[in-house]
Write a protein that binds this ligand. Sequence first.
Ligand SMILES: [Zn+2]
Length: 402
Amino acid sequence: MSPIDWVVTAKDGRARTGILTTRRSVIETPVFMPVGTQGTVKGVRFEWLENELDARIILGNTYHLFLRPGPEVIRGIGGLHKFSTWNRSLLTDSGGFQVFSLTDLRKLTEEGVEFRSHIDGSKKFLSPEISMDVQAALGSEIVMAFDECPPGDAGHERTKQSLELTLRWAKRSKGRFDELQKVQSAGFSPYPTEVRASVEIRDESRTLSGNQALFGIIQGAGHLDLRSESLERTVEIGFDGYAIGGLSVGEEKPVMYGVLDHVAHKMPADAPRYLMGVGTPEDLVEAVYRGVDMFDCVMPTRNGRTGGVFTWSGKLNIRNAQHATDSAPLDADCSCSVCRRYSRGYLRHLYQAGEMLAATLISHHNLAFYLDLMRRVRFEIKAGSFEMFRRNFLERISTTEK
Ligand SMILES: [Zn+2]
C-alpha cells in the first residue's frame, strides 16, 4: 500500500510506458510536467491545461512559494490545490536547486542552508525538515527530498562530499516525511469526494493509502562511479520513486547522455524515474530512450515569453522578419487552439507590439507541443517502433532559427 500506484504497461528497448496513479489523477508516462513556479504555469490558465492540453500533473516550486506567499498562507487556505484551484496532481521540488542557483550569500552547514531571499534580501533558512514541512503545507501528491546541488563542473572530491551530505539529508527528509504522514493520515480519505469524479481508477482492487509520496534524488554530477554509489545508497534508504538531479546545469550534452546511459536503467524498475529540470524536445526523447519516465522544464513557457517556438520541424523564432507576412500557423502539424486560429504573422505582430497575449499564446502552443510529443512517444513505445521514431524525430527537428 502506497500513496501512489505505478505499473509499467509496455517496453521497447529501455524505453517504457506506465501508469502513475495518485489520489488526484491518473498519469500516463512518459510524462512532461508543466512548471507552475509560483502556483501558476506562467501565462497559461488552468482551464486550458485541464480541458485542452490535458496535463495531469504540474510542478510547484517550494523555494518560490516558501518566500511568497509563505507556507502559512497556503496552509491557512487549505493547501496549494485549494489556493490555486488546480485539482489534479502536483509535484513539488525541495527548494534545494533554487537556493543553490538563484541566491547569493549562501551558508551551507550540516543542518541546512542559510541564504538571502532574491525578493527582498532577507535572511532565510531551509533544511530537510523545513522543506518537508513546507511541502506538507503545500499538499502536493509527490514530495522531493532536500538535496545539495553542486555545480555541474565540480571535481570528484567536492562532488563526493556533496553526495554524502545529500544522503544524510535524504535520511533526514524521509524521517521527517514519515512523521508528517502519520499525523496527516489520521482520518484521511484516499479519494476526496470532490476529486473522485476526475480520477479514473484503473483497477478498483488497488487502493492507495496515505497522503503524499516521497522521491529520492540521485546526484553525482558527471562522475559515473559517484552516480552509481548515489543510486545504490539512495535506494537503500527507500523511496516511492527516484529522480536524477544535477543534470542540464551547463554540462555538455554527451555528459548528460553518458550519465543517463549509466544510471537510468539501473534505477528500480518498479518505481517511476524522474529526470529533473530537463529539457529540450531532443533531450526528452533521448532520456526516454534510456529509460526515464518523468520530466519537467521551464523551457516551453520561458521560450514562449521570448518568442521561441517549438515545432515538429525544429525551433523557430517568431521575432524573425520572415514571419511578418506569413499566414501559416506556428506549426502545420499541431492541432492546438492557437495553431487552429492564429497565424505566424499575427503572433509576430503581437510579440513586436509587446502585447502580453503573445507570450500566452506561444506558451500555450509550446506546452501543447511538449504534451503531444509525450503522447506520440507513448504511442511509439506501445507499437514497438520507438527507435525508428527517435531517429526520424531527431533528424526532423534539427533546424533551429536564431
Ligand atoms: Zn500549436
